[in-house]
Design a protein around this ligand. Structure first.
Ligand code: ZN
Length: 68
C-alpha cells in the first residue's frame, strides 16, 4: 500500500545525514530512510536544505572514516 499523503506530521524539521546507499535503497523499495542518528522518515519527505543540521547526525558523520 502506498501512502502519498503529506500531513507533515512526521516530516523532520532538521536536516539529517543519510548515507547515499540508504537513499538509493529506500527510493527503490519505497520505504523509509534511516538517518545516521537513527531518525526514520519517508524518502519523499527529504528535509529542506535550509533546515538546521541535526547535530547528532553531524557528530556521527564527522566520526566516520573518510572515504567510506
Ligand atoms: Zn539526525
Amino acid at each position: 500500500m502506498r501512502t502519498d499523503d503529506r500531513t507533515g506530521d512526521d516530516a523532520p524539521d532538521l536536516f539529517h545525514y543519510v548515507l547515499k546507499d540508504k537513499i538509493a535503497e529506500s527510493a527503490v523499495m519505497g520505504t523509509h530512510v534511516v538517518a545516521l542518528c537513527g531518525e526514520v522518515f519517508p524518502v519523499t519527505k527529504s528535509p529542506d536544505p535550509n533546515s538546521p543540521v541535526c547535530q547528532k547526525c553531524k557528530e556521527i558523520y564527522d566520526s566516520l572514516p573518510p572515504g567510506n
